[in-house]
Design a protein around this ligand. Structure first.
Ligand code: AP5
Ligand code: MG
Length: 213
Protein backbone atom coordinates (compact mmCIF):
# COMPACT_ATOMS: atom_id res chain seq x y z
CA UNK A 1 0.00 0.00 0.00
CA UNK A 2 1.43 3.38 -1.06
CA UNK A 3 0.06 6.35 0.80
CA UNK A 4 0.68 10.10 0.68
CA UNK A 5 -0.21 12.41 3.55
CA UNK A 6 -1.39 15.87 2.48
CA UNK A 7 -2.20 18.77 4.77
CA UNK A 8 -1.01 22.10 6.10
CA UNK A 9 2.03 22.35 8.38
CA UNK A 10 0.84 21.11 11.77
CA UNK A 11 -2.25 19.34 10.42
CA UNK A 12 -1.04 16.11 12.02
CA UNK A 13 0.53 14.40 9.00
CA UNK A 14 3.46 13.09 11.02
CA UNK A 15 1.29 11.99 13.96
CA UNK A 16 -1.04 10.01 11.68
CA UNK A 17 1.70 8.70 9.37
CA UNK A 18 3.45 7.04 12.33
CA UNK A 19 0.22 5.36 13.41
CA UNK A 20 -0.41 4.14 9.85
CA UNK A 21 3.17 2.84 9.57
CA UNK A 22 2.76 0.85 12.81
CA UNK A 23 -0.62 -0.62 11.98
CA UNK A 24 0.15 -1.61 8.40
CA UNK A 25 3.87 -2.42 8.91
CA UNK A 26 5.15 -0.08 6.22
CA UNK A 27 7.90 2.54 6.59
CA UNK A 28 7.05 6.13 7.47
CA UNK A 29 9.09 8.43 5.26
CA UNK A 30 9.18 12.12 6.15
CA UNK A 31 11.36 14.42 4.04
CA UNK A 32 11.26 16.93 6.91
CA UNK A 33 12.66 14.29 9.31
CA UNK A 34 15.37 13.36 6.77
CA UNK A 35 16.41 17.02 6.48
CA UNK A 36 16.37 17.52 10.28
CA UNK A 37 18.54 14.43 10.79
CA UNK A 38 21.00 15.85 8.24
CA UNK A 39 21.02 19.23 9.99
CA UNK A 40 21.68 17.52 13.31
CA UNK A 41 24.57 15.55 11.79
CA UNK A 42 26.03 18.65 10.10
CA UNK A 43 26.03 17.18 6.57
CA UNK A 44 26.29 19.34 3.41
CA UNK A 45 22.67 18.48 2.62
CA UNK A 46 21.66 19.59 6.10
CA UNK A 47 23.49 22.93 5.73
CA UNK A 48 21.79 23.59 2.40
CA UNK A 49 18.32 22.54 3.60
CA UNK A 50 18.55 24.61 6.79
CA UNK A 51 18.82 27.86 4.79
CA UNK A 52 15.34 27.28 3.43
CA UNK A 53 13.69 25.53 6.36
CA UNK A 54 14.51 28.24 8.90
CA UNK A 55 12.69 30.76 6.70
CA UNK A 56 9.66 28.55 6.20
CA UNK A 57 10.47 28.07 2.51
CA UNK A 58 10.61 24.82 0.59
CA UNK A 59 13.91 23.12 -0.09
CA UNK A 60 14.45 23.13 -3.90
CA UNK A 61 12.82 20.27 -5.81
CA UNK A 62 16.14 19.02 -7.26
CA UNK A 63 17.51 18.24 -3.80
CA UNK A 64 14.29 16.86 -2.36
CA UNK A 65 13.29 14.59 -5.24
CA UNK A 66 16.64 12.80 -5.35
CA UNK A 67 16.57 12.08 -1.63
CA UNK A 68 13.05 10.74 -1.77
CA UNK A 69 13.61 8.54 -4.82
CA UNK A 70 16.74 7.05 -3.23
CA UNK A 71 14.80 6.32 -0.07
CA UNK A 72 11.83 4.59 -1.72
CA UNK A 73 14.22 2.41 -3.73
CA UNK A 74 15.24 0.69 -0.47
CA UNK A 75 14.20 -2.90 0.11
CA UNK A 76 11.95 -2.02 3.04
CA UNK A 77 9.66 -0.12 0.63
CA UNK A 78 8.76 -3.17 -1.44
CA UNK A 79 5.35 -3.58 0.22
CA UNK A 80 4.59 0.12 0.27
CA UNK A 81 5.18 3.19 2.40
CA UNK A 82 3.55 6.25 3.85
CA UNK A 83 5.03 9.53 2.59
CA UNK A 84 4.76 12.50 4.94
CA UNK A 85 5.71 15.92 3.53
CA UNK A 86 6.36 14.67 0.00
CA UNK A 87 5.27 15.59 -2.60
CA UNK A 88 4.84 19.24 -1.76
CA UNK A 89 4.83 20.79 -5.22
CA UNK A 90 3.25 19.77 -8.53
CA UNK A 91 6.69 19.07 -10.09
CA UNK A 92 7.53 16.71 -7.17
CA UNK A 93 4.20 14.90 -7.64
CA UNK A 94 4.81 14.58 -11.37
CA UNK A 95 8.26 13.04 -10.89
CA UNK A 96 6.93 10.57 -8.32
CA UNK A 97 4.06 9.67 -10.62
CA UNK A 98 6.29 9.05 -13.61
CA UNK A 99 8.82 7.01 -11.59
CA UNK A 100 6.00 4.82 -10.24
CA UNK A 101 4.56 4.55 -13.74
CA UNK A 102 7.83 3.12 -15.03
CA UNK A 103 7.47 0.35 -12.44
CA UNK A 104 3.82 -0.24 -13.36
CA UNK A 105 2.88 1.12 -9.96
CA UNK A 106 0.86 3.99 -8.49
CA UNK A 107 -0.17 5.79 -5.30
CA UNK A 108 -3.18 4.07 -3.68
CA UNK A 109 -4.34 6.84 -1.34
CA UNK A 110 -3.62 10.54 -0.86
CA UNK A 111 -4.99 11.36 2.58
CA UNK A 112 -5.70 15.03 3.11
CA UNK A 113 -5.73 15.91 6.81
CA UNK A 114 -7.91 19.00 6.83
CA UNK A 115 -7.26 21.62 9.55
CA UNK A 116 -8.10 25.34 9.17
CA UNK A 117 -5.27 27.87 9.51
CA UNK A 118 -6.76 29.25 12.76
CA UNK A 119 -5.95 26.00 14.61
CA UNK A 120 -2.42 25.66 13.30
CA UNK A 121 -0.36 28.33 15.08
CA UNK A 122 -1.54 27.15 18.49
CA UNK A 123 -0.66 23.55 17.72
CA UNK A 124 2.83 24.41 16.55
CA UNK A 125 3.85 26.42 19.58
CA UNK A 126 2.90 23.43 21.77
CA UNK A 127 4.67 20.85 19.65
CA UNK A 128 7.75 19.08 20.96
CA UNK A 129 9.73 16.80 18.68
CA UNK A 130 12.36 14.13 19.16
CA UNK A 131 15.29 14.73 16.80
CA UNK A 132 16.49 11.21 17.40
CA UNK A 133 13.43 9.15 16.34
CA UNK A 134 11.09 11.80 14.91
CA UNK A 135 8.26 11.21 17.42
CA UNK A 136 6.07 14.29 18.02
CA UNK A 137 4.13 15.37 21.06
CA UNK A 138 1.99 18.32 22.09
CA UNK A 139 2.44 19.77 25.57
CA UNK A 140 -1.35 19.91 26.07
CA UNK A 141 -3.01 17.51 23.59
CA UNK A 142 -0.46 14.66 23.34
CA UNK A 143 2.03 15.05 26.22
CA UNK A 144 4.99 12.68 26.72
CA UNK A 145 4.90 10.56 29.89
CA UNK A 146 7.89 12.44 31.27
CA UNK A 147 8.18 16.14 30.44
CA UNK A 148 10.84 16.88 27.82
CA UNK A 149 11.72 13.21 27.22
CA UNK A 150 10.70 11.02 24.29
CA UNK A 151 8.50 8.05 25.33
CA UNK A 152 9.86 5.92 22.50
CA UNK A 153 13.63 6.39 22.71
CA UNK A 154 14.35 8.42 25.86
CA UNK A 155 16.03 11.29 24.00
CA UNK A 156 15.45 14.96 24.69
CA UNK A 157 12.46 16.73 23.08
CA UNK A 158 12.93 20.09 21.36
CA UNK A 159 10.85 22.95 19.99
CA UNK A 160 11.59 23.01 16.27
CA UNK A 161 13.39 26.13 14.95
CA UNK A 162 10.69 26.63 12.33
CA UNK A 163 7.81 26.54 14.86
CA UNK A 164 8.13 30.22 15.81
CA UNK A 165 4.77 31.93 15.06
CA UNK A 166 6.17 34.17 12.28
CA UNK A 167 7.81 31.20 10.52
CA UNK A 168 4.63 29.15 10.89
CA UNK A 169 2.67 31.92 9.10
CA UNK A 170 5.21 31.87 6.28
CA UNK A 171 4.97 28.07 6.05
CA UNK A 172 1.18 28.34 5.86
CA UNK A 173 1.36 30.80 2.98
CA UNK A 174 3.89 28.58 1.16
CA UNK A 175 1.53 25.65 1.76
CA UNK A 176 -1.46 27.44 0.20
CA UNK A 177 0.57 28.60 -2.77
CA UNK A 178 2.62 25.51 -3.61
CA UNK A 179 1.19 22.43 -1.88
CA UNK A 180 -2.59 22.88 -1.78
CA UNK A 181 -2.82 22.43 -5.60
CA UNK A 182 -1.89 18.77 -4.97
CA UNK A 183 -5.41 18.23 -3.59
CA UNK A 184 -6.82 18.75 -7.10
CA UNK A 185 -3.95 16.77 -8.62
CA UNK A 186 -4.77 13.63 -6.58
CA UNK A 187 -8.51 14.18 -6.78
CA UNK A 188 -8.22 14.00 -10.55
CA UNK A 189 -6.50 10.61 -10.10
CA UNK A 190 -9.38 9.40 -7.88
CA UNK A 191 -7.13 8.61 -4.90
CA UNK A 192 -7.91 11.65 -2.72
CA UNK A 193 -9.54 11.06 0.68
CA UNK A 194 -10.13 13.97 3.03
CA UNK A 195 -10.39 13.51 6.80
CA UNK A 196 -11.31 16.05 9.50
CA UNK A 197 -8.03 16.78 11.27
CA UNK A 198 -9.51 19.05 13.97
CA UNK A 199 -10.72 16.20 16.17
CA UNK A 200 -8.70 14.15 18.67
CA UNK A 201 -5.77 12.29 17.03
CA UNK A 202 -7.30 8.86 17.81
CA UNK A 203 -10.50 9.94 16.06
CA UNK A 204 -8.54 11.18 13.05
CA UNK A 205 -6.87 7.77 12.92
CA UNK A 206 -10.29 6.10 13.09
CA UNK A 207 -11.36 8.00 9.97
CA UNK A 208 -8.15 6.93 8.23
CA UNK A 209 -8.43 3.22 9.09
CA UNK A 210 -12.05 3.29 7.88
CA UNK A 211 -10.63 4.32 4.50
CA UNK A 212 -7.60 2.02 4.41
CA UNK A 213 -9.42 -1.01 5.78
P1 AP5 B 1 7.92 19.06 7.61
O1 AP5 B 1 8.73 18.49 8.68
O2 AP5 B 1 7.22 18.16 6.65
O3 AP5 B 1 6.89 20.09 8.23
P2 AP5 B 1 5.41 20.52 7.86
O4 AP5 B 1 4.74 20.05 6.63
O5 AP5 B 1 5.43 21.98 8.00
O6 AP5 B 1 4.56 19.76 8.82
P3 AP5 B 1 4.83 19.55 10.31
O7 AP5 B 1 5.79 18.45 10.53
O8 AP5 B 1 5.11 20.89 10.92
O9 AP5 B 1 3.36 19.14 10.78
P4 AP5 B 1 2.62 17.74 10.73
O10 AP5 B 1 1.46 17.85 9.77
O11 AP5 B 1 3.56 16.60 10.56
O12 AP5 B 1 1.98 17.75 12.17
P5 AP5 B 1 2.36 16.94 13.51
O13 AP5 B 1 1.88 15.53 13.38
O14 AP5 B 1 3.75 17.17 13.93
O15 AP5 B 1 8.83 20.06 6.75
C1 AP5 B 1 9.65 21.03 7.37
C2 AP5 B 1 10.38 21.82 6.31
O16 AP5 B 1 11.24 20.92 5.54
C3 AP5 B 1 9.51 22.50 5.26
O17 AP5 B 1 9.06 23.76 5.72
C4 AP5 B 1 10.48 22.57 4.08
O18 AP5 B 1 11.39 23.65 4.25
C5 AP5 B 1 11.27 21.28 4.18
N1 AP5 B 1 10.68 20.20 3.37
C6 AP5 B 1 10.19 19.01 3.84
N2 AP5 B 1 9.71 18.27 2.84
C7 AP5 B 1 9.90 18.99 1.70
C8 AP5 B 1 9.58 18.78 0.34
N3 AP5 B 1 8.97 17.65 -0.08
N4 AP5 B 1 9.91 19.74 -0.56
C9 AP5 B 1 10.52 20.86 -0.18
N5 AP5 B 1 10.84 21.16 1.11
C10 AP5 B 1 10.52 20.23 2.03
O19 AP5 B 1 1.36 17.69 14.50
C11 AP5 B 1 1.56 19.05 14.86
C12 AP5 B 1 1.30 19.24 16.37
O20 AP5 B 1 -0.07 19.02 16.66
C13 AP5 B 1 2.07 18.24 17.25
O21 AP5 B 1 2.41 18.87 18.44
C14 AP5 B 1 1.04 17.14 17.50
O22 AP5 B 1 1.31 16.44 18.70
C15 AP5 B 1 -0.25 17.91 17.56
N6 AP5 B 1 -1.38 17.16 17.03
C16 AP5 B 1 -1.38 16.25 16.01
N7 AP5 B 1 -2.63 15.79 15.79
C17 AP5 B 1 -3.45 16.44 16.67
C18 AP5 B 1 -4.85 16.43 16.92
N8 AP5 B 1 -5.68 15.66 16.19
N9 AP5 B 1 -5.32 17.25 17.88
C19 AP5 B 1 -4.50 18.04 18.60
N10 AP5 B 1 -3.16 18.10 18.43
C20 AP5 B 1 -2.64 17.32 17.47
MG1 MG C 1 5.66 16.45 10.38
Amino acid sequence: MKIIMLGAPGAGKGTQAKMIADKYSIPHISTGDIFRANIKNGTELGKEAKKYMDNGQLVPDELTVKILLDRVANDDCKNGYVLDGFPRTIPQAEVLDSELNKLGDKIDYAINVDVPDENIVNRMSGRRACVNCGATYHIVHIPPKKEGICDKCGNELILRDDDKPETVLKRLSVYHEQTQPLIDFYNAKNVLKTVDGTVDSAEVFGQITAILG
